[in-house]
Write a protein that binds this ligand. Structure first.
Ligand code: IPE
Ligand code: IPE
Ligand code: MG
Length: 239
């Protein structure tokens, strides 16, 4: 693949529209999730080829527990199968696996499996693949604030020394750069509790394409648009 575009260091994705994709075809919602998992594979592979360093997928939000039990169960099973089937590809492609969110609340042996996958891939130096699982940005920020309050109370941190870094290094994304580009599929113009702190200056790209239809071709379209954006970070146009 030729690098015709400016490549983001960190690409974050809200994968949305699996249910609508299935509904359009008179299929049950879970079929949309099955096809959506194939898009995860396709986009990850394309990011490996493009040399993207960080790729974050919003896979399950803290609000998604409101869904029917059967759908949640299916998503968890899909995640379990995904880890099993993708592990060898991760090793082959030098992919390092991470999660953000409270995985301890995931059912079965999932948390253990995810921790093992992180450990086994920890020496890989290519793409950092990050799955947001039972992730909510408000919960993440709240947990960081709680830690700060605790450190202040115990005299480990002075309120005067409190800066942005004190927060960023207490977030799940500690050590990772903020996303340069955030893609949301299926047309919804909202952030849905995803990386609220980290997305402050990210470029946003919303497409009406439903997640199961978002593959390499759509990714390249998004990167082309991103390449034409001018990022000013509150400053003025660069001369
Ligand atoms: C996104 O697709 C998948 C997850 C949230 C896990 P949805 O399931 O939200 O699909 P729609 O929005 O109902 O079409
Ligand atoms: C966002 O999609 C969350 C994930 C992709 C995991 P949702 O479908 O859950 O979000 P809303 O309900 O449209 O805001
Ligand atoms: Mg949705």
């Amino acid at each position: 693949m030729t690098k015709r575009f400016k490549i983001p260091v960190h690409l974050a994705v809200i994968m949305d529209g699996n249910g609508r994709w299935a509904k359009k075809r008179n299929m049950p919602r879970f079929m949309g999730h099955v096809e959506g998992a194939k898009s995860v594979r396709a986009v990850t592979e394309a990011c490996v080829e493009l040399g993207i360093k960080y790729l974050t997928f919003y896979a399950f939000s803290t609000e998604n527990w409101k869904r029917p039990k059967k759908e949640i169960g299916f998503l968890m099973k899909l995640l379990n199968n995904y880890i099993d089937s993708e592990f060898s590809t991760m090793m082959k492609n030098n992919v390092r696996f991470h999660t953000i969110g409270d995985i301890s609340r995931l059912p079965g042996g999932l948390a253990k499996k995810l921790e093992e996958t992180k450990k086994k891939t920890s020496k890989n130096t290519g793409l950092n693949l990050i799955l947001a699982l039972n992730y909510g940005s408000r919960m993440e920020i709240l947990a960081a604030v709680r830690q700060v309050a605790d450190d202040v109370k115990n005299g480990r941190l002075s309120p005067d020394a409190l800066d942005e870094k004190a927060i960023t290094e207490r977030l799940y994304t500690k050590g990772m750069p903020d996303p340069d580009l955030m893609i949301r599929t299926s047309g919804e113009m909202r952030i849905s509790n995803f990386l609220l702190w980290q997305l402050a200056y990210s470029e946003l790209y919303v497409t009406r394409v439903l997640w199961p239809d978002f593959r390499k071709k759509e990714l390249l379209k998004a990167l082309k648009e991103y390449s034409g954006r001018e990022r000013r970070y509150g400053g003025v146009e660069a001369k």
